[in-house]
Each structure stands twice: as C-alpha cells, then as structure tokens.
Design a protein around this ligand. Structure first.
Ligand code: 11C
Length: 344
C-alpha cells in the first residue's frame, strides 16, 4: 500500500517539482497540500500558478490546499515533504515533528543543527541514525531530515568520490541558474546580459554543509570533516542547472584520469529515484553544460568534466539540475531512504 504523503509549501517552485516527481510514484501517494493562508481553501488548480514542464496531475489539481499548520493536516499522513521558505520552515517544521509527522525538508533552516541529519543518500546515508539522537533530545514522535542546498549537492558527490585520497582543500566557484531564486527569479530573468556575484548566503552554505555531509557519525555524535572549503557563488542567466568550477588538493597524488575513474565508479543506490549512474564524466572539456546535460538520469545524476592538473590541485567542472537533484528530487530520495530504513 502506498505511503500517504503531504507537501508543505506546495505552490512554490520546489513544491511544484515535488508534485511532478511524486505523482505518480510507486511508494508515495499525495494526500495533503499546504501553502500560505491566502491559498487555503482553494483547490490546488486554483492556488498554484503551475509552471513545471508537465501538466498538473488531475487528482492533485482537485485537492484542497490547507494552511501550513499541523492541525490542518490529516493525522494519517506518514511523511511530509517540506519546501517552505526557510523562515516559515523554522517556525512550523518543529511543530509538525512534535505532532508526530516525519518531515523530509529542502528548506535551509536547521540544516546545521547538531541533531538534524543532513543527508545525500549516496554520500552519508548512515547519518540518518542521528534521528535516534534527535528523538532522545527533542522528545519528538516525528522526525526531521534535511537535504542540502542545491549548489552543495552539485559538488559534494564528486568530492565523496575522491575522499579516500585525503581531501586537503577545496575551492569552488558556482554559476547558478535563476530557478534557484524561485519563480520570481525565473519570470523576471532580470539578469540577462549580467551576472551577480556573492549571492545570498550561498557561500557559507557550501562551506559548512559540505563539511557536515562528509563528516563521520559514531552512533552518538557527528564530527564534521575538517577539509578547508572556500566558495564563491554567482548567479547567471541560465534557467535550470547549476554549473560549478572546483579545485581540490589531496594528500595523495591524484591524476585527472584516476579522478575521472573514481567519479564514474562512485556507487549510486537502488532507491526508486536513484540514477543508474551517479556521476557521468565527459571527455570533452567544454561539457557539462546546463542546457545539454541537466537532465541526465532524469535530472538526478551529476555531470562532471574538464578534469586537469593545475598549480592549485585537480580542477574540474560539475553540474546538477538544481530544482530536481538539488531540491525536490533530493527530498524525495531522502523520503525513499526513510521508507527503506523503517522510519515510515
Ligand atoms: C540558489 N541554491 O540557487 C539557492 C537556492 O538553501 O536551499 C536554494 C536555497 C537553499 O539561489
């Protein structure tokens, strides 16, 4: 029988992607949608300004949207996917967890909390065990699991593939699509003929989330990886797909050829939304490119290329679809991991 799920923040850019990825889904059935007060009481068709590249599923279109409040969501929902603005997520996600709901959240609040697992299943599925600590410390019947920022997800699997060589320092410069800024960013495209450096608090997220993801959990406490990470984040006028330039120094020698082999061999999982191959490495130095390569593995794979030796270490480029692999798909994958591990 399908697990009944809800989407918190269902009308936003990531909320719409979640609905696209969840309907149909072999394990999950959408049974509740929430949004801001002004959408409450409307059908989803009326409330959503639907923009993703497939029609609204008919059964979802006729569901009534409720306010984002635990009292408004049916108790028999087993899992909530959250794509709330972070200020709203910070205010209400703990209430949902206290009320007994398991929440797989893309929102940026609480990602760095000591007892909140920040998970990319292929990289650190074992961090899910942190939920036992969370349950003890917070007394929640529910649980809160986070996926990282889309630009963190883009480069961390490639680093994980190289981690056995000893990561010493990482420099990353991002070229981020406008859909990362939500639908206002897409509709205005006000940065055509421009690029914006130093966007939001992205740089801090890449530097801190990557070290948490690559850290070790000993059953009681999580230790963050001590690799030095320095990020520079830029918005460019691409619609979907974050491209990143990475420089990595390792303790052991690592040639571009060996690094490419390690990335290609890095295992995917057999969760429903896992791509067959997680990291695809291009030989052509001018790939990956967002428009050509963001849909590899149905948007759930990472693409890499341009590997070369430089005086600053191994250099390469990587790319992921920011609203699929980087956001909605990441939350769905964490939901599948929760199901696989008996949390639902
Ligand atoms: C952007 N990466 O491209 C951001 C959007 O922390 O989940 C996602 C923000 C986050 O602007």
């Amino acid at each position: 029988m399908a697990v009944r799920v809800g989407v918190l923040g269902a009308t936003g850019a990531v909320g719409q992607r979640l609905i696209q990825l969840l309907d149909p889904h072999p394990s999950f059935e959408i049974a509740a949608l929430t949004a801001s007060e002004d959408s409450a009481g409307k059908t989803y068709r009326q409330a959503a300004k639907w923009r993703v590249d497939s029609p609204i599923p008919d059964d979802v279109a006729e569901l009534t949207v409720s306010a984002t409040d635990p009292d408004e969501v049916p108790e028999d929902i087993d899992l909530l996917f959250s794509s709330l603005p972070s200020s709203v997520g910070a205010a209400v996600e703990p209430d949902f967890c206290e009320a007994g709901y398991v929440v797989s959240s893309n929102s940026s609040n609480a990602r760095m909390a000591d007892d909140v697992p920040l998970v990319v299943p292929e990289v650190n599925a074992d961090h899910l065990d942190l939920l036992e600590v969370q349950r003890d410390e917070r007394g929640w019947d529910g649980a809160l699991v986070k996926n990282p920022n889309c630009s963190t997800i883009t480069f961390v699997p490639t680093l994980a593939a190289l981690a056995e060589y000893g990561l010493e320092s990482v420099h990353v410069a991002t070229l981020q699509a406008v859909s990362g800024a939500g639908y206002d960013g897409v509709s205005s495209m006000e940065i055509i003929d421009n690029a914006i450096p130093h966007i939001g608090s992205e740089e801090d997220k890449l530097e801190t989330e990557s070290r948490k993801l690559l850290g070790d959990f000993d059953g009681a406490e999580l230790t963050h990886n001590d690799v030095e990470v320095s990020a520079s984040c830029n918005r460019i006028p691409t619609i979907d797909g974050h491209l990143e330039n990475v420089w990595v120094e390792t303790e052991e020698d690592l040639s571009p050829t060996k690094a490419a082999e390690e990335m290609e061999a890095y295992p995917s999982l057999d969760l429903r939304s896992s791509p067959d191959q997680l990291v695809h490495v291009f030989d052509a130095p001018d790939r990956p490119q967002p428009r050509m390569d963001r849909t590899i593995g149905d948007g759930m794979a990472i693409a890499a290329g341009g590997l070369q030796e430089t005086p600053f270490g191994l250099q390469y480029n990587c790319l992921a679809h920011n609203t699929i692999r980087g956001a909605a798909g990441a939350s769905v994958l964490n939901g599948e991991l929760l199901l696989e591990n008996g949390y639902l």
